[in-house]
Design a protein around this ligand. Structure first.
Ligand code: FES
Length: 172
């Protein structure tokens, strides 16, 4: 039996919306407690015909594994054009369902994309002094606590990831 499903391989081999965005409206960073891998996610916010705020553009940069890359690629394709509220409703289980089969040891990697998206929307809302839903605030506090632990537990790796992040060029 193959380790990864066709859908995982599709997004891993041809990841969508990869790269560091210039002039973003929101930037989120999340880390994985178990492995120390980091995800950066960028959004550009626009409005739909009804005036609701939507994710007009999205991109990501990660130092995570196959599942982290494939998962985030999938998530970006799912939330592009969606309202911020709709995007926040997507869970790691939704992504896993779409992938069909993910090895047990890789389940934790699926949370990285969802956490980073939450952080990105949190960043956008707080920078623009907009109301932040309670659930998102709590999620943000957990991600912040996790990041503090990661910085101690995976110090060396985090430093390398930070250096790589600084050196990465922006996409247009
Ligand atoms: Fe680190 Fe998957 S092993 S994100």
């Amino acid at each position: 039996m193959k380790l990864y499903s066709k859908e995982v391989m599709k997004h891993f081999i041809h990841p969508q919306n990869v790269g560091k965005m210039k002039n973003y409206d929101g930037l989120g960073k999340a880390g994985n407690l178990k492995c120390g891998d980091i995800m950066y996610l960028y959004i550009k916010v626009g409005k739909d015909e009804g005036g609701k705020e939507i994710i007009k553009n999205i991109s990501f940069e990660t130092f995570g594994c196959t599942i982290a890359i494939a998962n985030t690629s999938l998530l970006t394709t799912m939330v592009k054009g969606k309202t911020l509220k709709e995007a926040l409703k997507i869970t790691k289980e939704d992504l896993l369902k779409r992938f069909g089969r993910v090895p047990l040891v890789k389940i934790h990697c699926s949370l990285l994309a969802v956490d980073a998206l939450g952080e990105t929307i949190y960043d956008y809302l707080s920078k623009n002094k907009k109301p932040i839903p309670k659930e998102l605030r709590e999620r943000h506090e957990r991600v912040e606590r996790d990041k503090e632990i990661i910085e101690i537990r995976h110090k060396e790796l985090v430093e390398i990831e930070e250096e790589l992040h600084q050196k990465t060029k922006h996409i247009k």
